[in-house]
Design a protein around this ligand. Structure first.
Ligand SMILES: [Zn+2]
Length: 104
């Protein structure tokens, strides 16, 4: 399995292909490398709602399910992470869309 092409976008920092997935733990958006890798410690799957979901693989359950694929968090591979935004304000707020701290 791998992400559907419409899920793939590019990192604003390093232009690598990434996907945004929601963590099953807390529903936050997390960038993961679009290309599956056996080295990844994340399991990504497309939910019934068409969104991508990501969870961490643990030592107890290290294998992805058949519907999942293994991916690397883009944090780990980004060669040009955007600088952390200091403070706040000035950012237009679109209702319903929460700002993502990591994304520039
Ligand atoms: Zn990047």
């Amino acid at each position: 399995m791998k992400p559907a092409s419409h899920h793939v976008t590019v990192c604003r920092g390093c232009r690598a292909p990434i996907c945004w997935a929601l963590t099953t733990a807390n529903g936050r958006r997390q960038p993961v490398d679009a290309e599956p890798t056996d080295e990844g410690n994340l399991a990504v799957t497309q939910g019934a709602d068409g969104k991508l979901y990501v969870r961490s693989l643990t030592k107890a359950h290290p294998e992805p399910r058949p519907s999942e694929w293994r991916a690397m968090p883009h944090f780990a591979t980004c060669t040009s992470p955007p600088p952390r935004r200091s403070g706040g304000g000035g950012q237009r707020s679109t209702s319903g869309v929460r700002p993502v701290p990591w994304q520039h």
